[in-house]
Design a protein around this ligand. Structure first.
Ligand SMILES: Nc1ncnc2c1ncn2[C@@H]1O[C@H](COP(=O)(O)OP(=O)(O)OP(=O)(O)O)[C@@H](O)[C@H]1O
Ligand SMILES: [Mg+2]
Length: 499
C-alpha cells in the first residue's frame, strides 16, 4: 500500500494522531489536502510562525497571544467541529512539555469521537513514551520511480518548444536518470533536472550525483568520491574487468525482469599498490554510480554506543542515495581485533562488525559494496563466507603483458608518444614491480630527463627501473603466503601465464 493510501485509511479508521516522518512538507501537505477533499474534511494547518490556518473559530482569535502558540493550537483543536484534519508542523519539539503531552493524551479520545485527525509532520521521529500508544507512525517515502518519471516528463514538456534544449533520452539513459534520482526529495530532483538543462542543455546524470553529494557531505561519516578514473586507466586485471563489465547494467529493471539478482559486492584482496583502490574508483565511474567511501576511523567515535549508531547511520545514508557503490578500503585495519577477540574495546569493534555483516547479508537496496584488504590473516573469517560478497578477487603483481599496459597508461598520461618507447623491454626490466611502482618509474624517469635537459627517453626509464627495489623483493615471503591462501579461496583478477 502506498503512503497516501495508508494515511487515508488511518484517517477514515479514526486513528487520532499520526506522525508522518518526512522532509517534504510541501509535497505531503498537498497529498493531505487531496485526502481532505476526497473525505470531505476541512484541513487546518498550524505552524509556530503562521498559527492555525484557516483559524478554527473567530471567537478564539481575540484570545490569541494569551497562551503559548502550541497550547493555543491544541485549545483550538479542542473547540473544532467534527470531520476535520489538523496538520502541525515542527510540533515534535513541543512534545517534551508535560502540559502538551497531557493535553494531547486528553485530546486523543476526543478526536476519535469527533472524527478528527491530528497529523504531525517532522523529519525527526521523537515520541515521548507517554504518547506512544496514541500515535501512529507513517514513514512518508521519497518519490518513487513512477513519480520521478512523471516529474521528468513534466520538465520535458515544459521545455519542449525551446530548441535550446535537447530532451531526447534513450530508454536506458532515461532509466538511469530515474534510478539515480531516487533517494532525493521532489524539490531536489526538480533542481537537479533544471540544473542539468541549464548547464548541459540536456539531461546529464552527473547533476543528480551532485545533489547526492550534498546529502553524503552533511552526514559527515562518508566521503563522496568524484568519478575520475575508468577501466581505461587500469592496466591488466582482465578477468576482474570482464566480471565487472558483465554486471554493468545489472541494476536495471531489465536485469531484474530477466531474473538476475542485484549484485551485492566484491572483495579485492592482494598485494599493495596493484590497483585495488584504483579499480574501486573506476567501477563507480564506469557504472555512473556515486562512490561513497566508508571511513572506518570516523565510525569509531569516542562515546560509548556512538560507534554502533555511526555504522547504522552510515548504512542509512548509503541506502538513501542508492543505487551507489560503498567503498570500504583496507577493511582489515578497521576491523582488526575482531579476529583476535577484540579485547581492547569491550566488544565495540565486534558489535560494529556484526551490524555491518548483518547488513551485507540482508541488504535489499542496490548498494554495491567494494571492499579491499591487504592482510588476510587479520580478516575475520565470517566475512569471507559465501553469500556476503558475490566474488572475492585476488589482486596479484602484474605479469609482463600487464606491466606493458600499465607503462602505456602512465606514459600516455604524461602526454608522451608511445611510439618512442619499447614497452616489452620496460616490462622485462620490471619483473616483480607493482602498478604503483611502475608509475614511480615513469615519474622518476621524467625527473631524470628533466635533470639532463632532454625529453623523456627509454633510457631514462630503464635507468630508473634499475635503481628501484620493488616491495615484492622485501616482502617475498608474505606475498608467497598470500598467494597460497588465495589460490584456494579467491578468483584471480588476471589470466596467469608465468608462475
Ligand atoms: N593495474 C594498474 N594500472 C594502472 N595503474 C596502476 C595499477 N595499479 C596501480 N596503479 C597506479 O598506482 C597507484 C596506486 O595504486 P592503488 O592505490 O590503486 O593500489 P592499492 O592496491 O589500493 O594499494 P594499497 O594496498 O597500498 O592500498 C594508482 O593510483 C595508479 O596510478
Ligand atoms: Mg588502496
Amino acid at each position: 500500500m502506498n503512503a497516501a493510501k495508508e494515511i487515508e485509511t488511518l484517517i477514515r479508521a479514526k486513528y487520532p494522531i499520526l506522525f508522518l516522518v518526512t522532509w517534504e512538507e510541501a509535497r505531503v501537505q498537498s497529498v493531505l489536502e487531496e485526502i481532505g477533499t476526497r473525505l470531505n474534511r476541512q484541513v487546518h494547518t498550524w505552524s509556530v510562525t503562521q498559527g492555525m490556518n484557516p483559524s478554527v473559530s473567530a471567537a478564539r482569535k481575540d484570545q490569541a497571544g494569551k497562551l503559548p502558540g502550541e497550547l493555543e493550537a491544541l485549545a483550538q483543536i479542542h473547540e473544532a467541529a467534527e470531520f476535520t484534519i489538523f496538520v502541525l508542523k515542527d510540533f515534535h519539539s513541543y512534545m517534551r512539555d508535560t502540559r502538551v503531552i497531557r493535553l494531547m493524551r486528553d485530546l486523543a479520545i476526543r478526536l476519535r469521537g469527533k472524527s478528527q485527525s491530528l497529523i504531525i509532520l517532522s523529519p525527526n521521529l521523537t515520541i515521548p513514551t507517554e504518547l506512544e500508544k496514541e500515535i501512529t507512525v507513517v514513514e512518508y517515502p521519497l518519490p518513487g520511480p513512477e513519480e520521478i518519471a512523471a516529474q521528468l516528463d513534466d520538465v520535458i514538456s515544459a521545455v519542449s518548444d525551446n530548441p535550446q534544449f535537447n530532451t531526447q533520452l534513450e530508454a536506458l539513459d532515461r532509466e538511469i536518470m530515474i534510478k539515480s534520482a531516487q533517494g532525493l526529495t521532489k524539490d531536489e530532483i526538480e533542481s537537479a533536472f533544471a540544473r542539468s538543462l541549464v548547464e548541459f542543455r540536456r539531461f546529464n546524470v552527473d547533476t543528480i550525483l551532485e545533489e547526492k553529494k550534498q546529502i553524503v557531505r552533511k552526514s559527515g561519516l562518508l566521503e563522496f568520491y568524484p568519478a575520475e578514473s575508468s577501466f581505461k586507466d587500469v592496466g591488466g586485471h582482465d578477468l576482474l574487468k570482464e566480471w565487472l563489465e558483465k554486471r554493468r547494467t545489472s541494476f536495471t529493471d531489465k536485469a531484474r525482469e530477466f531474473g538476475l539478482p542485484a549484485p551485492k559486492g566484491v572483495l579485492m584482496l592482494g598485494v599493495q599498490g596493484c590497483g585495488k583502490s584504483l579499480v574501486a574508483k573506476s567501477i563507480a565511474a564506469t557504472w555512473h554510480l556515486p562512490l561513497l567511501k566508508l571511513d572506518v576511523g570516523r565510525i569509531f567515535g569516542s562515546l560509548v554506543g556512538q560507534s554502533e549508531e555511526n555504522i547504522r547511520k552510515a548504512i542509512r545514508v548509503a541506502e538513501s542515495v542508492a543505487p551507489c557503490c560503498l567503498w570500504a578500503d583496507e577493511l582489515e585495519k578497521g576491523f582488526a581485533g575482531v579476529a583476535g577477540g577484540g579485547s581492547g574495546d569491550s566488544g565495540t569493534t565486534q558489535r560494529v562488525f556484526a551490524t555491518f555483516l548483518t547488513w551485507m547479508q540482508e541488504k535489499t537496496k542496490p548498494v554495491f559494496l567494494i571492499a579491499t584488504a591487504n592482510d588476510v590473516s587479520k580478516l575475520p573469517p565470517e566475512l569471507l563466507r559465501k553469500g556476503r560478497f558475490d566474488e572475492i578477487f585476488f589482486i596479484d603483481l602484474p605479469e609482463s603483458p600487464e606491466r606493458e599496459e600499465i607503462f602505456a597508461i602512465h606514459i600516455k598520461k604524461r602526454k608522451r608518444n608511445l611510439a618512442n618507447f619499447d614497452l616489452k623491454a620496460l616490462a622485462a626490466k620490471t619483473a616483480g614491480f607493482s602498478g604503483a611502482e611502475i608509475e614511480q618509474v615513469v615519474i622518476g624517469g621524467l625527473f631524470n630527463a628533466y635533470d639532463k635537459g632532454h625529453d623523456l627517453t627509454q633510457e631514462d626509464l630503464i635507468q630508473e627501473a634499475g635503481a628501484q627495489v620493488p616491495l615484492s623483493v622485501m616482502m617475498a615471503e608474505e606475498i608467497d603466503e598470500l598467494r597460497t591462501w588465495a589460490r584456494l579461496r579467491a578468483r584471480p583478477s588476471a589470466r596467469r601465464t608465468e608462475d
